[in-house]
Design a protein around this ligand. Sequence first.
Ligand SMILES: Cc1cc2nc3c(=O)[nH]c(=O)nc-3n(C[C@H](O)[C@H](O)[C@H](O)COP(=O)(O)O)c2cc1C
Length: 374
Amino acid sequence: MNQKFSPLFKEFKFANGVSLKNRIIMAPMTNFSSHEDGTVSDAEVKYYVRRSQGVSMVITACTYVTPNGKGFPGEFAADRDEMIPSLNKLAIAIKEQGAKAILQIFHGGRECPPELVPNGDTVSASAVASERGGSKEPRALGEEEIQSIIKDFGETTRRAIEAGYDGVEIHGANGYLLQQFFSPHSNRRNDRWGGSLEKRLTFPLAVIDEVKRVVEEHAQQPFIVGYRFSPEEPETPGITMDDTLLLVDALAGKDLDYLHVSVSDFWTAPKRGVEDDRSRIEVINERVGGRVPVIGVGSIYSAEDALKALGTGVPLLALGRELIIDPDWAQKVESGREAEIETKINKDAQDRLVVPDPLWKAIIHSPGWFPGVE
Ligand SMILES: Cc1cc2nc3c(=O)[nH]c(=O)nc-3n(C[C@H](O)[C@H](O)[C@H](O)COP(=O)(O)O)c2cc1C
């Protein structure tokens, strides 16, 4: 290894004692490739096996905790005990390659395509349609339903423990249900779940409490609980950076194992709510002040990019698209071959890269999403 990159391969220890062999993590990425019944497919398992050797931890694609939370065609299920063998198959595949396996647990809320949820009944904090193209107005959840979804996150966590995962990541990012409760765009409630910023935090914090309670009750060994959030929304009203810093304070008080920021570029500066030229991730990491480890992410294509990102003080880095484009990213840096990292998708390399058809089609037909697809 080129010694200058050795900080990327330094062991990392979580406060709960679990250690990671290096600082490179696979970011959660939906792959649209599970079976209709919610079980993981062999193609999907192979895709993970191909990417779990060099990294220290793999965060899976999101999995739905209850049927009305299914957000993607080909999304795998964790909403019932029957799914435990399927979940276990994926956990084993990842862990056998030497990485920790983290299950990303999710409810899509108003972003769920109606055809994927029972009776087309999409739900959210309030009956406000998403501004993302063609979205239908959801139904506002009732008190009992909210309680039931909180329990569903807990039940899915129990299944993750029984299926052999090393932890769960609560998906509070990318505009899905937890974020919908925090956002002033999608949460117009005036009960205990909304009305002020503090009240808009009630649902995400209740999910965390329930997940932690279940871990306390069921896990026989240290079990990682992380939380992912998006720092800003483009809508007005919408989450701004100053709102996010208050969210960060609340999360930092929850005894989580890590916080994971969701952005597509590590270096983007705050747009609204905070005047700062530094990147949103740096501003967040400063606010966290070492209370909990932060995972940074976003367009970290080269070893130099990764070193620079780590230099901001963020202890862990997640790679998403980069590991689809080059599954050997970490091994190449570790063996001094960083110059050989591929940074553009090679359109002829689907088989070599071991990418399932539905994900490959999504990549190839979405100009601008992946480098190499214009
Ligand atoms: C194909 C694909 C699927 C994704 N699915 C998820 C997901 O299920 N959950 C999530 O939190 N983020 C998801 N993301 C976002 C990534 O985790 C990551 O934040 C983003 O791609 C930026 O990092 P990168 O530049 O390393 O790709 C997805 C991204 C891609 C490219």
